[in-house]
Design a protein around this ligand. Sequence first.
Ligand code: ADP
Length: 354
Amino acid sequence: MPKLLFESLEKVYPNGVRAVSDFSLQVEEGEFIVLVGPSGCGKSTLLRMIAGLERITSGTLKLDGCEVNNVSPRDRDVAMVFQSYALYPHMTVAENMGISLLLRKTDKKVIAEKVRETARLLDIADLLERKPDQLSGGQRQRVALGRAIVRQPSVFLLDEPLSNLDAALRSQMRLELISLHRRLGATFIYVTHDQTEAMTMGDRIVVMDKGVIQQVGTPEELYRRPRSPFVAGFIGTPKINLLGCTVKHSGSQVFACFDGLRTPLSPDCAFPDGPALLGVRPEDLILQEGGGPDSLTARIELVEMTGGDNYIHLAAGQSRLTLKCSSRLHFAVGQDISFSIPADRVLLFPPEQS
Ligand code: ADP
């Protein structure tokens, strides 16, 4: 039985905004699902519907096989961690962590033991008597997580939990959350607008836009086989190159032509002759010193050094491309360089999807 089953879930707010449309998804027990998409695409609304904090306009939500559309938040076996942490300022860390158990009239000794155990798990055992304003952002984040863990829910709902942390702490907490998920064995539904978080954390990623699912898949599936230019453009840094091109069959060969350049496509390319949108990841532009039969030439407009990698921004006529290579290679702005695009790395989309 799936842990969570969404059947054509819809949310229309009283002001007429359709925040989520026809959302259908099956989530298995113990999965780490990441909902990702640009701001306003309906991620938080969806999470709040799972938590029971937002009414479902239509469709069905099942938790462990039972419909929960009208079940109150406290009777759902879920716990939510908010972006703002939502800690009570007048309570200590221990009180904040134990509050939900206290409200359920759990024995105080049991609460204290659970809080201590969770605090050890999160490495905050020495902070239990502090108040939230005596904690750093990262420590507050752990307390918010701890408050959810203490309840031992089978589903954790996490709404951009790392967005208030600095970059270094964010990447550390990413790893900690992955390991926490493994240790707890619970189902995680994690909302973010950050594709790096989605790629590094999710067993599966749900890409949303304007309230609608664009694609569901493993990080690798979304990266290698995006179904649309939107998904291709949203997943991956630096961004995928997307160029208008013309497909041309010539004997047994097929080419994509743009700005006087042409690059071979796989001979079994199903696209008819005519306009298309070509997608190629920056690391799939392969430098060709001295050129070659299928090499392309473009002029360097900018070199972005990011540490180990260089992002080389190229101009070929009206087209702009980014090539990713080792930063040990040195290039000058204004220089022409040759590169090739392996046919099996090219993604083609219909032109009207652009
Ligand atoms: P995300 O989490 O992806 O940024 P949200 O779920 O917060 O997106 O919002 C989805 C859409 O619903 C947006 O257009 C937003 O303005 C709208 N929205 C969110 N909350 C409300 C509300 N309480 N009333 C009306 N519209 C809302």
